[in-house]
Design a protein around this ligand. Structure first.
Ligand SMILES: [Zn+2]
Length: 232
């Protein structure tokens, strides 16, 4: 990787730190140092994107094509810091950089072949305003950077929000999401293969609710990609 003079200078003035261990990053590294990168509990979903523990969450719920998550999440593991920084502590760049990293790994495997567009799981307008960004959309930006796939941000909206979903250790609760998404521009996705993006998938209820809405448009196929899947 060729680094510009400015990258080197900014790195000297304001050193970037690994989000997991806090060690200083080299100018060529992003988000994670090589030690933490090496110890990331990567999944092997990409080896069989049609049949793996993530894809199986959705069998019988909607017609799922490919599914993958980059790593497994365990509440007590080091990766908690990465997910918390991205979701709650105001570091949108983690999403973009991890999205790009994931896309570079998966592009070689053909994971993105046949996919027409990316749809990030939306937040409510209020929550996005409060947080300043949507973590899933940031991951989508990183994926677009590598693959060139367009992001469709306006086809799906989150219309309601029932109570807190930030309870420790609980990322999504089934009863909360079944009717909160609305497909608003079906014509934009008709006949397309959509890649739904989420930051972390636990029960799969959020993705299922999104997919059910997207499938109201004709001829839509759905694949799913997330940064992490909680280990069950
Ligand atoms: Zn580290």
């Amino acid at each position: 990787m060729k680094l510009s003079f400015w990258t080197k200078l900014f790195d000297f003035i304001s050193p970037r730190l690994c989000v997991i261990c806090g060690n200083r990053l080299l100018p060529s590294q992003s988000v994670l140092c090589s030690h933490c990168m090496m110890h990331l509990p990567l999944t092997d979903h990409y080896l069989s994107p049609l049949d793996n523990p993530l894809a199986r969450l959705f069998w019988g719920l909607f017609p799922i094509e490919k599914a993958s998550a980059l790593f497994f999440y365990e509440p007590k593991a080091d990766t908690k810091e990465l997910i918390y920084d991205l979701k709650y502590r105001g570091y949108p760049e983690i999403g973009q950089e991890m999205g790009a990293l994931m896309a570079r790994r998966y592009q070689k495997t053909g994971f993105f072949d046949g996919i027409d567009a990316i749809v990030p799981v939306p937040l409510t307008r209020w929550r996005q305003w409060k947080r300043g960004y949507n973590p899933s959309a940031m991951i989508a930006h990183g994926i677009r950077e590598v693959t060139g796939l367009p992001i469709l941000k306006k086809v799906l909206v989150r219309t309601a929000f029932h109570g807190s979903q930030t309870k420790k250790g609980v990322w999504e609760r089934k009863e909360n999401v079944s009717d909160v998404f609305r497909l608003v521009h079906p014509e934009q996705i008709t006949g397309k293969h959509i890649l739904l993006i989420d930051d972390i998938i636990t029960t799969g209820a959020t993705i299922t609710a999104c997919a059910e809405e997207l499938c109201k448009a004709e001829g839509v196929r759905i694949s799913v990609l997330a940064l992490a899947q909680t280990k069950t």
